[in-house]
Design a protein around this ligand. Structure first.
Ligand SMILES: [Zn+2]
Length: 423
């Protein structure tokens, strides 16, 4: 069997077998979820998803796997290659390595840069930087002109209220600790007044906050515009504390189901910053959100490529990405034929005939999963708010907090000084 690999035609039987395994390995690394547990990589079976995951012990020269292929041949199987590709993907473009650890609370992965001294300094100083950057962002908010009602008091300044609401989500704890943080912010001049606790609860219920927070998310990504050109999109659900109740005839009782909303996230694959976000009801189709997220990002970023899973596949998505001069790397549905012409067909042929090249781009998509894991691990995967308006605002606050944390990492790792006050 002849295989073309890196432009070289390989006809030798044994070598062809190796290349075949590399291909399969790359496919697994791009499409399946590889996890690391107790120093062993768990790789799903490609042919049978119900089969227990294969265990790969990584070693530069002598890796091992517990699959039959490795057992029979004693040399690198497709699972070992998958792990090698997976590890390679975790290598940052600057050559530093990213260590992947499991976060036990949420059972998701979170990536930490290996540069521990810089990472630690960023962590130690995070809350201080957080307040400064958030205050800078809030400074740009226009406070509406107020007229003091007779005998009444002025309502709370909008910029201070936004600062308080976002800080509340950042602190992730209720009550005292958060009040201490706000006191500190007032002492430093980040806010002009100390809001009452109830004011913050009332404020997050306001629908006007939604467009304001959305624009703050977009604005907070701007200092990273020179670092990002490859993007990925995905959606994720956040549960909130309201139940839909209905009468279940079958069981003759009331049933309840937890409500959740869906965040559609567009992220840079290098810094994990969220450049555009849409918060919708739980049942919105993924692909319908793609064009808006692409065009919002394209206003400030130079998009070269966008990767997405097959939930986004379709002519509309391909065309929306092409419209901003970027290339779409969207996984095709199993029944796709490509016979509809245009860019969709072109990319489908690319996928069919240069699968390895295609997958090299496509596997950047896993970075959007990292972004989602980072947000949920740090700020929680459910919201405290009970109304849908407040729940949507709260999710936007989580995304904004994540972006500010990305800026803080970038200050230490990329040496940037984020400027957020310009309009
Ligand atoms: Zn194996």
């Amino acid at each position: 069997m002849a295989t073309i690999y890196n432009g070289v035609k390989v006809t030798d039987g044994i070598t062809a077998g190796v290349e075949e395994r590399k291909h399969r390995g790359l496919e697994i690394a791009a499409l399946a979820k590889i996890e690391k547990k107790d120093g062993v990589y768990l790789v799903p079976s490609q042919t049978n998803p119900k089969h227990p995951k294969y265990k790969v012990k990584y070693h530069k020269e002598h890796p091992t796997c517990n699959c039959p292929d490795f057992h029979e041949r004693g040399c690198r199987c497709k699972h070992v290659y998958a792990v090698e590709f997976f590890r390679q993907r975790e290598l940052n473009s600057d050559g530093s390595e990213t260590i992947t650890e499991s976060v036990t609370i949420t059972k998701t992965r979170k990536t930490y840069p290996q540069d521990w001294p810089k990472y630690n300094t960023a962590q130690v100083n995070e809350s201080r930087h957080f307040q400064e950057l958030l205050a800078n962002l809030c400074n740009g908010i226009q406070n509406p002109v107020q007229h003091r009602p007779k005998g009444g008091r002025l309502s709370f300044p909008l910029s201070d209220a936004v600062f308080a609401v976002v800080s509340k989500v950042y602190s992730t704890q209720s009550g005292r600790r958060f009040v201490a943080d706000l006191n500190e912010a007032k002492d430093k001049g980040h806010i002009s007044e100390l809001p009452h606790y109830n004011t913050i609860f009332k404020f997050i219920e306001k629908p006007e906050l939604f467009p304001l927070l959305t624009s703050l998310v977009e604005k907070s990504a701007l200092p990273l515009r020179n670092f990002e050109s490859q993007f990925a999109i995905d959606s994720t659900g956040f549960a909130f504390c309201r139940f839909v109740r209905w009468y279940d005839i079958k069981y003759n009782r009331f049933s309840a189901e937890k409500q959740w909303i869906k965040a559609h996230i567009f992220t840079g694959t290098k810094t994990n910053v969220v450049t555009a976000v849409e918060i919708k009801e739980r049942d919105t189709a993924d692909s319908s959100q793609l064009p808006a997220l692409v065009s919002t990002t394209a206003k400030s970023f130079n998009i070269e490529e966008v990767s997405a899973d097959k939930g986004y596949s379709g002519q509309e998505s391909h065309n929306a990405i092409a419209a901003v001069g970027a290339e779409p790397f969207i996984m095709f549905k199993d029944n796709a034929t490509g016979g509809i012409g245009g860019l969709f067909q072109k990319m489908f042929h690319f996928f069919q005939f240069k699968r390895e090249d295609f997958l090299q781009h496509y596997h950047r998509r896993s970075n959007v999963e990292s972004t989602v894991s980072m947000i949920k691990a740090k700020f929680g995967d459910s919201v405290r708010s009970k109304s849908e308006v407040a729940a949507k605002n709260e999710v936007l606050c989580k995304v904004l907090c994540h972006n500010i944390c990305c800026l803080i990492s970038a200050m230490y790792e990329l040496g940037i000084e984020p400027v957020l006050t310009e309009n």
